[in-house]
Design a protein around this ligand. Structure first.
Ligand SMILES: Nc1ncnc2c1ncn2[C@@H]1O[C@H](COP(=O)(O)OP(=O)(O)OP(=O)(O)O)[C@@H](O)[C@H]1O
Ligand SMILES: [Mg+2]
Length: 347
């Protein structure tokens, strides 16, 4: 990836220099874009590194003057950081979980490193990925959010850490359990408790995307899940229910922004679209007319009850259950649109 000096904050003042900047493939931490410079290596031609091999930028800059027109290899951090996406709509049954499962799987298949986080005590995401019986509360987000009673009794600094995820269908999963519902109450007694998942996911390394599936509510678990996000994805059925819920979705995103000021909607994903009915076609038009100025609106995931219920029973993403089907192609299309909304047009 080629940079311009103005893209690297520490080099902005050196704009006038004929620098050639490049990020070494694979040396960024995770993600894409430009951020704080971690270190810089300098070389005159593409094979020969020139001392200092790797150094903070103040050490390197004098070499830039001495060498005239060197190539700088810049390693940045805070750039390639994991992107946390929460699929939020307080309304029930709008395909939040199905979309997290299916889009998450396709992202994994595209080579992205993906963690799916089930924050819903219904644990549908967990079950629909084929994980059934052996989940304990300790395997969920719970230990990343609530300090253990033993630590508290000992007055020990809270050792909050998310547990090791399990690997399913090429992605990692932090599963859920019915008992996770106790978080609704317990989190209220924790100072700034609603920020805990946000902090916990930001300690994770090695992921490109974390996709969070909240429950259908406006309770503490939903707040925890949405406040954790960098971006919100709104699954939206193309019907009356979808339209009626929209004002609340928008209002709640504004509310959650008080805790996470940069929070924004990245994409509205149209779900359960029945193109045979005029009602759905008209609802789609209204949604597109009203929302495109807020965020991109996806092409619809069409209503395909047979595929979706069978995939559920089999514990598989739709793209695994029915590869090459129209349902699969639609999920891939929406995933591409999500990537474009997040990262710009694919090259
Ligand atoms: N494109 C689709 N075609 C047909 N059925 C679908 C489609 N998408 C989702 N469904 C079905 O709709 C139901 C609700 O979907 P899902 O559970 O994903 O929604 P949700 O918003 O997560 O629900 P909840 O609010 O209960 O968490 C499920 O039975 C699912 O199989
Ligand atoms: Mg759900």
């Amino acid at each position: 990836m080629d940079f311009k000096p103005r893209d690297v904050p520490a080099l902005r003042v050196q704009r006038s220099l004929p620098l050639r900047l490049r990020r070494t493939p694979g040396e960024g931490r995770s993600g894409s874009g430009v951020g704080e410079v971690e270190w810089v290596r300098i070389r005159r031609c593409s094979r020969q590194p020139i001392a200092p091999r790797a150094a903070p930028i103040p050490v390197v800059l004098p070499w830039v003057w001495v060498l005239g027109n060197p190539e700088l290899i810049v390693r940045t951090h805070g750039v390639h950081r994991v992107k946390v996406l929460t699929f939020f709509n307080h309304a029930g049954g709008v395909a939040k979980t199905s979309t997290v499962r299916d889009v998450g799987y396709v992202l994994g298949e595209l080579g992205k490193r993906v963690l799916l986080v089930d924050v819903d005590p219904q644990a549908n995401l967990t079950k629909w990925l084929g994980v059934e019986d052996d989940v304990e509360l300790e395997d969920t987000i719970y230990p990343g959010v609530i300090t253990s009673a033993a630590d508290e009794a000992d007055g020990i600094e809270p050792a909050l850490a998310l547990p090791a995820p399990r690997r399913v269908h090429g992605v990692d999963l932090l599963p859920s359990h019915l008992n996770l519902a106790i978080l609704e109450r317990e989190i209220l007694s924790v100072f700034m408790g609603v920020m805990r998942l946000r902090e916990a996911v930001r300690t994770l390394e090695g992921y490109d995307y974390v996709l969070i599936d909240p429950p259908p509510s406006l309770g503490q678990l939903s707040a925890l899940a949405v406040v954790a996000a960098d971006r919100v994805i709104v699954p939206l059925p193309t019907n009356r229910k979808g339209l009626d819920g929209l004002p609340t979705v928008m209002r709640m995103v504004r509310e959650y922004r008080k805790a996470a000021p940069a929070l924004d909607i990245a994409l509205f994903v149209l779900t359960q679209h029945d193109r045979r009915t005029r009602h759905d076609r008209e609802s789609r038009e209204v949604i597109e007319r009203q929302l495109t100025s807020v965020a991109p609106v996806s092409t619809p995931l069409n209503s395909r009850p047979a595929y979706y219920s069978d995939a559920q029973v089999q514990g598989m993403p739709v793209s695994v259950y029915a590869p090459g089907s129209e349902a699969d192609l639609e999920v891939r299309q929406v995933t591409a649109e999500l990537l474009e909304a997040l990262e710009g047009p694919l090259r």
